[in-house]
Design a protein around this ligand. Sequence first.
Ligand code: GLN
Length: 454
Amino acid sequence: RHLDRIAEVDDRVHAFLHVDPEGALAQAAESDARRARGEARGALDGVPIAVKDVLATRGLPTTCGSKILEGWIPPYDATVVTRLREAGLPILGKTNMDEFAMGSSTEYSAYGPTRNPWDLDRIPGGSGGGSAAAVAAFEAPLAIGTDTGGSIRQPGAVTGTVGVKPTYGGVSRYGLVALANSLDQAGPVTRTVLDSAMLHDVIGGHDPRDSTSIDQEWPSFTDAATAGATGDMTGVKVGVITELAGDGWQPGVMARFQDSVDLLVKAGAEVVEVSCPSFVHALAAYYLILPAEASSNLAKFDAMRYGLRVTPEGSPSAEDVMRATRDAGFGDEVKRRIILGTYALSSGYYDAYYGQAQKIRTLISRDFDAAFGQVDVLVSPTAPTTAFKLGEKLDDPIAMYLNDLATIPANLAGVPGISVPNGLADEDGLPSGLQVLAPALADDRVYRVGAAVE
Ligand code: GLN
């Protein structure tokens, strides 16, 4: 039925870059057979899923939304994908994204934008707009996204879906084509908090193939979401982040946020204001650290190893081929960040830019430490606005970056966060989201509180 739905709506939504009907049906048939024998591998055995095109899938194209990877078929699965297969989830296909996950609207995909199912003239958020739109348009019940600076949570907010960025190290990055290694985390995109929790239980946990993977036992997030669904928040202390509200925030988004806070109070939570003064510098630090890491990661696309190769006329040198391939294969935003990143890392400027940004990163972690000394979770709106119109911010990269204001601090500090739909803004009738952040390793709290306010 989901494949039928994709056939029916995806020419308009364009959530998918690649659909794999045969593979998905074969996996579904195996799942049916297991269920008939009473050997289902868990509650999600047979539930189809869409996967963001930044995760390697054996035998299925993986483009990262870029022309430079056109035609590349990975010979291996990302660990997240292996775990999905082992748990019996049929993979419907690969979802659209901003090129190499750089963007907040999915308009930087080299394969054309995804549209927001709520209003096809609007963006579905980014970079994981494809995964969020697929879930919002009922093309997939579950999806996987990746969140380096909000790319799961912000698309969740603007499409009315649930999105979770786990604690850094909670979900394996093996086979996730790196944008910024110190910030990237894969996570669930779903329609309910319980669905996200169940999916997190499947994909999370230690992986020896990722050196930053945390080696510990995690509690059941399914249990945490189930406990939260009773709606009792007695004894839970919630901090409203002073810096993530006010001028520049859409009034309808702020009104829904206030509703969420009122709901928490009614559920018995104690709500206080908490200041995180360094958060106002998060965006500036992120847009130096991320390009620095990305410029290094993207060096491997050298026309020799993967996908596209453009050979100029005459007798070109290896360097000529590399230059022509990278010129044709990368889009403007990717080139912009490579230039920014190599500049920030160059020896004369290292202390002025990258060094400063790393110091701000430390201050942001300290803000979180201080805040979590006082409260159990922090809340804010997930994004400052509802979905904007396609094209609206395309010529203004800074305006596009500003949409990540509320989501980026969590990536810089490695803490977990969820975006839960909290209603529609009055002025445009479009979804907004509540962000709940918890200390590193306490992902269970985002599920508990998320399920209580859902
Ligand atoms: N908007 C962020 C950026 O452009 C999103 C990054 C991400 O989470 N993949 O960098």
